[in-house]
Design a protein around this ligand. Structure first.
Ligand SMILES: C[S@@+](CC[C@H](N)C(=O)[O-])C[C@H]1O[C@@H](n2cnc3c(N)ncnc32)[C@H](O)[C@@H]1O
Length: 347
């Protein structure tokens, strides 16, 4: 039995994340997705117990990617991506909205302010929920946003049918063991006529796992991001339709011809920073920035200020960054397949 700390993290869970992946390589050196899919809760919680503070330090309180126009500040771009989803979903004041896989609540706070909606943030990671509540109170938004612990594969058990006017998920449902499972649950908790908007992480249709380099790319993205299994975009679309959604709008936003690509902050090239302040964000991903954090995390972990295993999760984040940039450059991966779906109204 592992002890739960006051901050919601669990002893040994971070450490077990990398052990889990080592165990996961079978005799032929092939990886065993089945094992990870079946144990998705452990994989994801182990990962986020370790990665949450690193994300907040190296990125922001919104744990997602975004598009950039030339000269656009990093924080503005994250917010614009959230506003874009809210506007594509036509969120209206007073709607009751579910944020599936809400992280530490960065998007929920922005969308609540932007669209004047009431949001329930759902997450299965206690550590993130505690932080989400703290930041939301600090922002004075606790009357508009509540956070609850729960598994997005069991939404209807938790909320009952027809509970929300709208549901959105930002770069979260890729963690689901199956897309049919999570989309099916979203379908149930939506009111008839309700809208579901998602930014999904997918391998694109150009990805062919029978090509060893493509398969390796998929696996690096899985390992570096706590994902049980990377799947192609066509499968996401098919799953939405299978569970009964009508897709009203879909687009892979990574296919837009942006002069500044979505993955630029991960490249670690400070000359590409779009504003002076963003030098710091980009620098953290440069070789010198990584070296500094590498040593700092090691020291903090050694002194007991970070849970054991955080350094190793940090190492996996480096694998993630390299793989995501490669996936973006080759267009084999997208973190921004946007779909806006409708639950049919009852006759
Ligand atoms: C990449 S983060 C995105 C967080 C947030 N949407 C944002 O953009 O800041 C993925 C989130 O999904 C959550 N998550 C993963 N699997 C989950 C599950 N089975 N049930 C609920 N939340 C889950 C993680 O804990 C994490 O907060």
């Amino acid at each position: 039995m592992s002890t739960e700390y006051q901050d919601g993290r669990q002893e040994n869970r971070v450490e077990n994340y990398t052990k889990f992946w080592q165990k996961d390589v079978n005799k032929e050196g092939e990886t065993d997705n089945q094992n990870r899919v079946e144990n998705y809760t452990d994989v994801i919680n182990g990962y986020y117990d370790g990665a949450t503070e690193l994300y907040e330090y190296g990125w922001a309180q919104s744990f997602h990617f975004s598009r950039f126009y030339k000269g656009e500040a990093f924080a503005a771009s994250l917010a614009r991506h959230e506003h874009y989803l809210a506007s594509q979903m036509s969120l209206r004041p007073g709607m009751r909205v579910l944020d599936v896989g809400c992280g530490v609540g960065g998007p929920a706070r922005e969308i609540a302010r932007f669209a004047d909606v009431n949001i329930v943030g759902l997450n299965n990671n206690d550590f993130q929920i505690q932080r989400a509540r703290k930041y939301t109170k600090r922002a004075g938004l606790e009357d508009n946003i509540t956070f609850v612990k729960g598994d997005f594969m069991k939404l209807s058990e938790q909320f009952g049918p027809n509970s929300f006017d709208a549901v959105y998920a930002i770069e979260a449902t890729v963690h689901a063991p199956t897309w049919e499972g999570v989309y099916g649950e979203i379908m149930k908790v939506l009111k008839p006529g309700g809208v579901f908007g998602v930014y999904e992480w997918c391998m694109t249709d150009a990805w062919d796992p029978s090509i060893p380099s493509h398969k390796a790319l998929g696996h690096e993205i899985e390992f570096g991001n706590g994902i049980p299994e990377m799947r192609p975009l066509a499968k996401a679309r098919e799953a939405m339709k299978t569970v009964g959604f009508v897709i009203e709008h879909e687009e892979d936003l990574a296919e837009r011809h942006d002069e500044v690509p979505w993955y630029y902050p991960l490249e670690g090239d400070v000359w590409k920073a779009q504003t002076a302040w963003d030098y710091f964000t980009v620098w953290r991903m440069s070789w010198s920035g990584k070296l500094v954090s590498h040593n700092a995390i090691r020291m903090l972990e050694f002194c007991g200020f970070l849970p054991k295993g955080t350094w190793e999760v940090g190492e996996s984040l480096k694998t993630a960054a390299d793989a995501l940039v490669r996936g973006g450059q080759t267009k084999l991966f997208t973190p921004m397949y946007l779909a806006v779906c409708r639950k049919p109204a009852e006759n």
